[in-house]
Design a protein around this ligand. Structure first.
Ligand code: HEM
Length: 268
């Protein structure tokens, strides 16, 4: 029979959820092995690091969720649009307020890589909403997977009680992360895409991981510099520090100045 002899099913299958996982496998390994994530996994997360990470996550989710909301009825977004269960923006606002106080908005500090990431999110939200699924997948399924371990590490390392400061990691609207991920995957698989669009989604997912890796690398650079500056080392860096410009003072309340080192830190 013809069907029995048909070409063997590809190892990754034809479902978008399987293809995207396979396409980003190497990128996932690289993301896990960024210095920031390695330090994190060893429990070496300080409040300064975490605050800086929260700032970038805030900008990323502000862009991602604005574009998802705007395209909520788009056929490639509607099946994976779960604001009740997944939206992170408000949780990040609570966490930022916890650490920075009521005027936290003025203290948001992000590196250039975060800015590039959010620009891309806004661009595809406007011009190619088909690709939003790649970004939503990368962030939300990550948060529901390894992110859960990172939440526990943060709580322990920073000695936080309850959800204070770590609302970002909690998903009260999701009873079982595994079951929800299964539902999410099946919704991804229901999106109708041409072969060309599918290839673009897979490429965009790799890019989404790349953006995250670049953000982590920039954050790590910022942190290395602040540590050097505060320990009195890093004379090479002092000539490039922002210390002469109050507008460029690093807004973490630790009174440390930052070096530029090609990062183009964005202050608001
Ligand atoms: C310390 C760093 C990390 C650890 C330990 C980690 C760990 C894990 C684990 C164990 C899973 C599999 C869960 C399962 O199969 O149910 C997973 C899945 C996933 N992670 Fe990570 N991860 C890390 C960082 C990241 C980062 C930085 C991203 C992207 C920004 C990410 C995105 C994802 C995604 C999208 C999945 C879902 C894969 C799928 O089922 O299709 N992870 N992670």
């Amino acid at each position: 029979m013809e069907s029995m002899k048909s070409k063997p099913r590809e190892a990754t299958g034809s479902d978008l959820s399987e293809q995207i996982k396979a396409a980003t496998k190497d990128s996932h390994v690289r993301a896990e092995n960024t210095q920031l994530m390695l330090n994190y996994q060893k429990g070496q997360i300080t409040q300064t690091q975490y605050k800086l990470l929260l700032c970038s996550l805030y900008e990323i989710y502000r862009a991602l969720e604005a574009e998802l909301d705007r395209n909520a009825d788009h056929p490639a977004v509607q099946p994976i649009y779960f604001p009740q269960e997944l939206a992170r923006l408000e949780t990040l606002e609570l966490d930022l307020e916890h650490f920075f106080g009521p005027h936290w908005r003025k203290r948001i500090t992000v590196p250039a890589a975060t800015h590039r990431y959010t620009q891309r999110l806004r661009e595809i939200g406007k011009n190619s909403p088909d690709l939003l699924v790649a970004h939503a997948y990368t962030r939300y399924l990550g948060d529901l997977s390894g992110g859960q371990v990172l939440g526990k590490i943060t709580q322990k390392s920073l000695g936080l009680s309850g959800n204070k400061g770590v609302f970002f990691f909690s998903f009260p609207g999701v009873t079982s992360a595994n079951r929800f991920k299964q539902l999410y995957r099946s919704r991804m698989n229901s999106i109708e895409l041409t072969e060309q669009q599918r290839r673009e989604v897979l490429d965009e997912a790799t890019r989404a991981f790349e953006f995250n890796i670049e953000v982590f690398d920039d954050l790590q650079k910022m942190l290395s510099i602040t540590e050097e500056a505060s320990s009195g080392k890093g004379n090479d860096v002092t000539s490039k520090t922002f210390s002469s410009s109050p507008a460029l003072q690093f807004a973490l309340g630790v009174g440390i100045t930052l070096a530029t080192v090609g990062m183009g830190v964005i202050f608001k």
